[in-house]
Design a protein around this ligand. Structure first.
Ligand SMILES: *[C@@H]1O[C@H](CO)[C@@H](O)[C@H](O)[C@H]1NC(C)=O
Length: 288
């Protein structure tokens, strides 16, 4: 019994950190909410993962429903969970404001969270990563396009290419894109990325794209189009992966490596409700 009491004391101590809301974190024109998970025992200059929720999701739901906070305890990094300001809880990935660097939309607020984490928590600016599911996956692509200077890598769980959801309205729904009918060449998709931050001459984040082949919410064509987009940015051939491996990172996914900066994993028969591969994220982000 003594051992048990000790164990629960230790567990209690280990899990003392909690999800916290931060109210003043810089320029935030669309009133995105910031939540942060900071483990108690952090190394100096820890990495940061920005984890972006799905439609109808919340920061709390992503925090308790994913492994990122546990992995943060284990490996010593910070997790920021932005929260959508709109009823319905989707992200604005459709307006000119959000699709533009410093354009006054959700992307600008999330970028402020990253800058705040660097200045206030001492986050290592060369180890900032972004991941998201569904609407959050769309936002991950859009953040990589609008703020390539802030992120080193991203992982995208069932999203659409950056710019694909354009409607010209805030928090719109583009059914041409969701239905898999927005088709473009790698060059066209890449120029959409470049137009989101025209002054950017630096590197774009390394991207890992996950999708299910039976996704009936964001049709699987969006997987091909997203691969085409980043292949266009990096100068890879989207039709000729240099390596393809079945059952990777797990059955029924097939992983395709297009180059150092672009990997895809398509799950055969998998719906929109696909799992996250948090451990694979740790490796892709270079945290482990
Ligand atoms: C939806 O997005 C596509 C690009 O993906 C664009 O061509 C089309 O005009 C958009 N639809 C609306 C209603 O804005």
């Amino acid at each position: 019994m003594k051992t048990l009491a000790w164990a629960s004391t230790l567990l209690g101590l280990a899990s003392a950190a909690q999800l916290q809301q931060v109210s003043d974190f810089g320029s935030n024109p669309s009133n995105v909410r910031m939540y942060v998970y900071k483990p108690d025992n952090l190394p100096a200059n820890p990495p940061l993962i920005v984890a972006v929720h799905w439609c109808s999701g919340t920061a709390q739901a992503y925090y308790s429903g994913s492994q990122y906070a546990n992995l943060a305890d284990q490996h010593g990094f910070i997790v920021v969970y932005p929260e959508s300001p709109y009823s319905g809880g989707c992200w604005d990935v459709s307006s000119d404001a959000s699709l533009t660097h410093e354009g006054g939309g959700d992307t600008q607020g999330i970028a402020s969270m990253v800058k705040y984490s660097i200045s206030e928590y001492g986050v290592d600016a060369s180890r900032v990563f972004v991941t998201g599911t569904s609407s959050g996956a769309m936002m991950t692509n859009v953040l990589a396009a609008t703020y390539p200077d802030l992120f080193q890598a991203g992982s995208v769980y069932a999203g659409v290419p950056a710019g694909c959801f354009y409607t010209g309205t805030v928090n719109g729904w583009n059914s041409t894109c969701s239905g898999g009918n927005s088709i473009a060449t790698p060059e066209q998709w890449a120029s959409i990325v470049h137009d989101m931050h025209p002054g950017c001459h630096g590197e774009y984040p390394r991207m890992y794209i996950y999708h299910g082949s039976e996704d009936a919410v964001l049709y699987p064509q969006n997987y091909d189009e997203t691969i085409k987009q980043w292949a266009g940015v990096f100068g890879y051939d989207p039709d000729a992966p240099i390596e393809t491996s079945p059952n990777d990172p797990a059955s029924p996914y097939t992983k395709s490596v297009y180059g150092d900066k672009l990997v895809g994993a398509l799950g055969a028969g998998v719906s929109h409700n696909l799992p996250r591969f948090e451990q694979e994220d740790m490796e892709w982000f270079g945290i482990v």
